[in-house]
Design a protein around this ligand. Structure first.
Ligand SMILES: Cc1cc2nc3c(=O)[nH]c(=O)nc-3n(C[C@H](O)[C@H](O)[C@H](O)COP(=O)(O)O)c2cc1C
Ligand code: SF4
Length: 402
């Protein structure tokens, strides 16, 4: 069941006429009958969870902004996707800009916002062009009920964090801010602001048009609906795929991706760069929050990476640690210390410098937890801590110089 990716992968941008033919803007008309509270109720009943990585309930966030009275309120559609291995938001904005824009309009309507921002990265030329064309089409047909501005953010990973997005929109460098206050209370220019991932918002037109029951009929009871996943060059058919929650990683990797290009068996799955590794025995585990949480992992943003049999696991994990060290923004000493130390310790393991690395990793990541302005500090730890456990023999062999 496809909610979002309803056209062939190589189809051109869905223009307004094609979007309306497929049911686009029926939700907007229905919202006028329901009123803002009716839309909020539907989003809550549908159980929509954020698709930006943290899976926060969308309605809970919307209600906070809706309850705060202010002369100006904002919606930020976060398309600042900069995680290596994740392409789904770029695909959505380039190919289905109207689903995202209708989602922004519905969120503005439900929360009482006066303006929306489509938050993209300055180097996303295709996405910016698609969104500009789509906005022009809405303007020409009188469907742009609220002002929507495209914001071009700097090309950094942290700029995708929600308060960094707000900082960038306000003219800052795009770095995370102290919380509280949370955006729903005081976001852009100190006004109540709802920040959602672009995929989260693109699910809303279906929910409002078809109803919460129709949405809940897809996926699992605790993880309703579908989710977009990205498969990279490791598989025969790389691309962005939409699957209902409850499908398995085997469905994704073999069914959609055609299996590994090398023909080697999958040894482990990394559901997203900032999630914890899952062993190959979980290829048949249902992808859902309630199944991955007890395993210490999460679907994250769905940028799936694979470890194949015979690969140098320690080097792969060291590369991930290096990414987080390079991308942390330097504002919080514990985050600088943690990400630097992880790189240093893993370099030691690679150089065969003996035991002790496990305890050091445990100590540093435990100390750093919760001490950052943003959750990059936890995101950097998850893949490393899980890898050291899952691939204990590989790490021990490397550290022992075997
Ligand atoms: C370092 C970092 C980078 C992030 N990058 C993105 C991003 O590119 N896109 C995104 O939607 N959320 C990103 N997030 C999560 C956002 O802070 C926020 O949770 C999300 O936009 C909320 O949308 P959702 O509730 O719809 O998932 C990032 C978080 C962190 C800590
Ligand atoms: S936790 Fe790390 S990335 Fe986040 S604000 Fe602090 S230094 Fe920057």
């Amino acid at each position: 069941m496809q909610i979002l990716l309803t056209r062939p992968a190589d189809a051109p941008r869905q223009d307004l006429a094609a979007y309306r033919e497929a049911g686009g803007f029926a939700a907007w008309n229905r919202a006028q009958e329901l009123g803002p509270d009716g839309v909020l109720d539907l989003v809550e009943q549908a159980g929509l969870l954020g698709r930006g990585g943290a899976s926060f309930p969308a309605a809970r966030k919307w209600r906070i902004a809706a309850a705060n009275v202010a002369d100006q309120k904002y919606v930020v559609a976060n398309g600042g996707e900069h995680e290596p291995g994740s392409e789904k938001d770029k695909h959505l904005v380039a190919k289905y800009p109207h689903a995202v824009l209708e989602g922004i309009l519905l969120c503005c309507f439900a929360t009482g916002a006066t303006k929306g921002y489509l938050y993209l990265i300055e180097d996303m030329a295709e996405q910016i062009a698609a969104a500009e064309q789509a906005l022009a089409e809405l303007r020409d047909t009188g469907l742009l009920a609220f002002d929507i501005e495209i914001h071009r953010a700097p090309t950094t990973y942290v700029a995708g964090e929600e308060t960094a997005a707000i900082d960038s929109i306000e003219g800052g460098a795009g770095k995370p801010k102290e919380k509280p206050p949370y955006p729903g209370e005081a976001g852009v220019h100190g006004k109540p602001t709802t920040v959602n991932n672009v995929e989260t918002l693109a699910h809303v037109p279906f929910i409002v048009r078809e109803g919460a029951d129709a949405y809940r009929a897809i996926g699992t009871s605790d993880s309703p609906g579908t989710m977009l996943f990205t498969l990279g060059a490791e598989v025969n058919e790389p691309g962005v795929y939409e699957l209902p929650f409850g499908a398995t990683y085997r469905d994704l990797i073999e069914g959609c991706g055609g299996g590994t290009k090398s023909g080697r068996a999958v040894r482990a799955i990394l559901p997203a760069m900032s999630s914890a590794f899952l062993g190959a025995e979980h290829l048949d585990t249902a992808i859902a929050h309630e199944t991955l949480r007890p395993l210490g992992s999460s679907p994250g943003c769905g940028g799936v990476r694979l470890i194949e049999e015979g690969e140098d696991v320690v080097s792969r994990v060291a590369d991930i640690a290096q990414f987080f060290m390079d991308e942390q923004c330097g504002q919080c000493p514990p985050c600088r210390m943690e990400t630097n130390q992880l790189v240093h310790i893993l370099a030691g393991v690679k150089a065969g410098k003996g035991p002790g690395y496990e305890a050091q990793i445990e100590k540093i990541t435990t100390f750093a937890r919760g001490r950052g302005r943003c959750s990059l500090i936890e995101m950097a730890a998850a893949p490393v801590v899980s890898a050291v456990k899952l691939f204990a023999a590989d790490f021990a062999a490397a550290a022992g110089g075997e």
